[in-house]
Ligand binder design. Structure first.
Ligand SMILES: O=C(O)CCC(=O)C(=O)O
Length: 346
């Protein structure tokens, strides 16, 4: 039975697996990925390939004198692939691409890299909050250790099996209808941490050797463990991959209650350098018919941010009065300070 899901996430997985012509090692990989939501690969890269990335991380990624297209902070450098052939080579290594295409049966679209200097200490989350798709779950992350990881330098953690949970987002716990943004991200993290504490899933850590790779599926819950040795580094590279012919959207900045999706219109395919269009199983999505009306999925009507804030504030004032509004303004102010680098956290 064909469904709008990757075959490896399908409820008919075992039956499809029987019918597929895969080698025994591929079958085993697919089974583990289906069951646990992740697989580990070893010996994919040469020492030299990794060392070239490390050199570019220092010379370009975290060098304040080197101008980047995207953002960096003290620990996280986004899309270094646009400046570094070695970074791009890691993300597009044929063994990685062919493994992903075996697991998803669609052409893979690598679209974002993140390079980290140290452990991220990120709270539990699923990548579906940032990178969702229609059909669902056509997304994967590949985490590469660029040096050995121990309990000391903040290993990646994950909850095997958690990819089978619903794709949680703001509409599962927020009471209001206001749209979401990064300003609300911490609410999501707190929700996910509480959810995992209350779940049957067991937390595991990836104590990787230099060059080890962990491929995670769209909805597995993961994050970064505390860094016990503050002087340690934990050089790593994460690549996010979508698959062809989907609508790519971000629940983080969508209104998932009203169903207004923030479609990603600037998704550059690392293999071609071209922006990947959002389509549904290859069909264009600009005008989608509903029962008696037409609405657009990705027409992207833009309006000034100020208009959004005024409308949010009116809503908060109506629901929570002046005190609630003052509190909201105070939070926005702290977010501005955080973005300006004048506060460590929100
Ligand atoms: O590398 C880590 O510590 C966590 C990375 C992560 O959670 C992510 O990239 O989504």
């Amino acid at each position: 039975m064909k469904m709008n899901l990757p075959w490896v996430e399908s409820p008919f997985f075992e039956k499809i697996l029987e019918e597929k012509k895969l080698r025994p090692a591929e079958k085993e990989m697919a089974r583990v990925y289906n069951e646990d939501g992740y697989i580990v690969l070893k010996n994919v890269f040469t020492e030299d390939e990794i060392n070239q990335v490390i050199a570019d991380i220092h010379e370009k990624g975290f060098n304040p004198d080197y101008t980047l297209i995207k953002t960096r902070d003290f620990n996280r450098c986004q899309d270094l692939w646009e400046h570094s052939e070695p970074v791009r080579n890691l993300s597009t290594k044929p063994e990685i691409l062919s493994t992903l295409e075996m697991l998803y049966d669609r052409e893979v679209v690598p679209f974002q890299t993140l390079n980290f200097l140290c452990g991220t200490q990120q709270m539990a989350h699923s990548d579906t909050i940032h990178f969702s798709s229609l059909p669902a779950k056509f997304m994967a992350g590949v985490w590469i250790a660029l040096e050995d990881v121990t309990h000391e330098n903040g290993p990646l953690f994950y909850y095997p099996g958690s990819h089978k949970m619903p794709e949680y987002n703001f509409n599962h716990f927020r009471e209001n209808l206001v749209d979401n943004s990064y300003d609300n991200y911490h609410d999501y993290e707190l929700f996910m941490e509480a959810l995992m504490l209350n779940s049957p899933y067991e937390k595991k850590e990836f104590l990787a050797k230099k060059g080890d790779v962990l491929i995670w599926s769209a909805n597995i819950v993961h994050g970064g463990s505390p860094v016990l040795n503050p002087s340690s580094t934990r050089l790593s590279q994460v690549t996010h991959y979508y698959f062809k012919d989907c609508i790519y959207y971000s629940p983080m900045s969508s209104n998932t209650i009203s169903g207004e999706l923030q479609v990603r219109t600037q998704l550059k395919n690392m293999r071609t350098g071209i922006v990947e269009p959002s389509t549904f199983n290859g069909q264009p999505t600009t005008l989608v018919r509903t029962y008696k009306s037409l609405y657009t999925i990705n027409a992207h009507l833009m309006y000034p941010t100020l208009v959004r804030h005024i409308s949010d504030f009116r809503y908060v004032f109506k629901m929570k009065g002046l005190k609630g509004l003052m509190n909201e303004l105070f939070i926005k102010f702290r977010v501005i300070l955080y973005k300006l680098g004048l506060r460590k956290g929100i």
